[in-house]
Design a protein around this ligand. Structure first.
Ligand code: AMP
Ligand code: GLY
Length: 423
């Protein structure tokens, strides 16, 4: 079987690494990929918004399954593009339909869905320019902090959490006046949930589902969860506070009604669901849906899946996921992300990397790297994820940190306290 994986981050390297171990795989292509994916498949430079070019590639390489890594092509409608093209109909695509992708692409849509299917979430209301005054009044009914969310995709920056009512009113106005472009034409205002976050991942064929290992990621740039938000600086799986009792609640109250809701709505969904959850005194609330895997969560979740992931994708595509078997690794997996100097603001690229070959006891997942034929250079803000197994979190982290010191490039930065709140 030939597989095309779309994307170029650490998530995609982890997926590619796992797929490359499958006996079912003949040839793996990654578009556009990075220096890490090039070692487990063939990179093809392609613009992910150019669906006709993706179609040509699929035909030329006789691709059987397309796995979509990031959300943008899904929100842009790649699944419907495949379904409506007679030449692509037989090609399986792992990722939801355009309407399914709205669970991530529109927070207003997602909240309405959660409410309709009684999935526990923060109370909310949505506003647009014509209801600005009502929005301000609604803010007055809430207690601080105030949570304001741009409805659409805003590169992870569209959520503001503010302590002051006046500031919240001003921010609401600014957002509706285009602070995040068209993404904030509608703004969701919601109740603040006080708890501890984690992510649970699910793969579904629209009927049945399999729960993948849960993870916790560390989004802030600075130790102690301080400073600017990033794509993610590290992750841990399993999550110690995610007890069986808690995860059972997640399954009953969030996962089952989500999958049933999609089915009831007639929304075609064959792919990953990423549940961003808040544990509020032992009760799960959903903060957000994403329609893809998380990054860097994938770099700890995928290593904990022992079963053949290509087999899982095949069952997902064929609608036979209930027959699939998923075996989970008992050991803990941690990842530490090395980032470029300046990230998440303006950062430098093109720094030569050294000592990648000296890494032992960890698996490297490249995020922003490029290979010029003789050396590997940094090519992004997040550069490389160092994933390690351990019999517990400390042992796994020790290995990740040992290798974080060994790998070198100018301006290397990383958080030294991944998992600090879980000890
Ligand atoms: P989102 O893009 O919806 O995941 O929001 C970004 C981050 O804002 C989340 O990861 C949470 O840390 C925080 N957040 C979002 N909604 C809430 C809420 N209702 N209460 C508390 N924190 C929230
Ligand atoms: N690490 C968070 C995300 O992938 O959205």
């Amino acid at each position: 079987m030939n597989i095309l994986l779309l994307g170029s981050g650490g998530r995609e390297h982890a997926l590619a690494w796992k797929m490359s171990q499958s006996k079912k795989l003949d040839k793996l292509y990654i578009a556009p990929g990075n220096a890490g994916t090039a070692a487990v498949g063939e990179n093809i430079d392609i613009d992910l918004s150019d669906f006709p070019a993706i179609k040509n590639l699929v035909k030329e390489k006789q691709i059987n399954i397309v796995v979509v890594g990031p959300e943008q092509p899904l929100v842009d409608g790649i699944s419907d593009f495949f379904d409506s093209d007679s030449e692509l109909k037989k090609v399986a695509l792992i990722g939801p339909s355009t309407i399914g992708a709205k669970l991530e692409g529109s927070k207003d849509f997602a909240k309405e869905f959660m409410q309709k299917y009684n999935i526990p979430t923060a109370k909310y209301q949505s506003f647009n320019k014509s209801t600005l005054q009502k929005g301000k009044k609604f803010l007055e009914t809430l207690s601080p902090p105030y949570v304001l969310k741009a409805d659409g995709l805003a590169a992870g920056k569209g959520v503001l959490i503010l302590d002051d009512l006046n500031e919240a009113k001003i921010s609401l106005e600014e957002m509706l006046n285009g602070q995040f472009g068209s993404a904030s034409q509608t703004v969701v205002i919601e109740e603040f949930l006080d708890g501890i976050e984690l992510s649970v991942f699910v793969i579904t064929d629209g009927n049945s589902y399999k729960i993948l290992p849960e993870a916790k990621d560390y989004k802030r740039i600075g130790e102690g969860d301080t400073g600017l938000n990033t794509g993610g600086m590290g992750a841990v799986s399993p999550v110690p506070f995610a007890s069986k009792d808690f995860l059972d609640k997640v399954e009953e109250r969030v996962i089952k009604p989500t999958v049933l809701g999609l089915k009831t709505e007639g929304i075609k969904y064959r792919g990953f669901i990423f549940l961003g959850l808040m544990n509020v005194k032992g009760e799960p609330f959903i903060i957000e849906y994403n329609v893809r895997m998380g990054d860097p969560e994938t770099e700890v979740v995928i290593p904990r899946i022992k079963s053949d992931i290509v087999d899982l994708f095949e069952h997902t595509a064929q609608g036979t996921l209930s027959r699939a078997i998923i075996e989970i690794e008992e050991r803990t997996c941690t990842t530490v992300m090395l980032v470029s100097k300046g990230y998440p603001e303006k950062y430098e690229k093109g720094k030569k990397m050294a000592n990648l070959d000296k890494v032992t006891e960890s698996q490297l997942f490249h995020a922003g790297t490029i290979n010029d034929g003789s050396s590997i250079y940094t090519n992004g803000g997040r550069v490389i994820a160092i994933s390690s197994y351990g019999k517990n979190m400390d042992e796994a982290l020790q290995k990740s940190y040992k290798n974080a010191e060994i790998i070198e490039f100018e301006g290397k930065n990383y958080r030294k306290d991944i998992g600090f709140d879980l000890k």
